[in-house]
Design a protein around this ligand. Sequence first.
Ligand code: ASP
Length: 309
Amino acid sequence: MKTFSIAIHGGAGTLVKGMMTPELETQYKSALKEALDAGYKILKDGKTAVEAVEMAVRLLEDSHLFNAGKGSVFTAEGTHEMDAAIMDGKTLNAGAVSLITGIKNPVSLCKDVMEKSEHVFLAGNGAMQFAKELNYKIEDASYFYDELRYNQWLEIRDTDSFQLDHSVKKDSKFGTVGAVACDQNGDIAAATSTGGMTNKKWGRVGDSPMIGAGNYANNKTCAVSCTGSGEFFIRGVVAYDVSCLMEYKDMTLIDAADEVINKRILEINGDGGLIAVDAKGNIVMPFNTEGMYRGCKSSNGIEEISIYK
Ligand code: ASP
């Protein structure tokens, strides 16, 4: 049997070390473990990488700890606008949504865009219309309310500033979420989901739903899910850049990911990290921030859940 593996992240925007309490650390780690184990079980049962990343991301979206689904940050209007993407490395099929509200699990809507529409990327009202036609339940705003995120927004809502959720300022407890997996057939997939940035406006969309920027999968190279300063990850076309270094320069997964996160993205002032797998089940989780909520598990015995370096 081929090696199968999964990696997940809960964002490169961790609490600065001094502010993390043992209780909170336990909460984060157990939320990560739950998502990791659920995704791993799907792979172990012989199901697909796409199913595994969807499951892992759904569970992270259901946790208020991370900036995706339930824990999404507040926009300048005091609402929640979520972005997400999923990609199947076997077929290069992909589905993405942006600027959606009220959807409990944006990653599943992405999977439906991929499998039930002729399109790749649906945004705003149109994406919501698509969800309604598929009978998605629209959650009340109270489902997405989180006191800490609300207070964070109150602090900056009357200013022009917006806060990247990877920020090491103050008590940033944020985190876009993502998963990458390699199944027993050697097929790989990636999924990413986020609430974006606190106090964002003008329909701001980050890298997370953009195929090639925050999310990408191709059996020939790798499956990647990113987290970090979206504006820079878009300009760096980060996820696809890792894939290109492997495809065109014959680099290994570890070297390609390291080159992008510890060199190229830093050169344009971007910060953050990524998780990636290749079709042999190798896993990498580089980041250039103080920490990144992350975890990985592989049929060859690797298992890790970590926050800081
Ligand atoms: N990349 C996300 C965005 O810019 C934020 C994050 O990764 O936490 O929307």
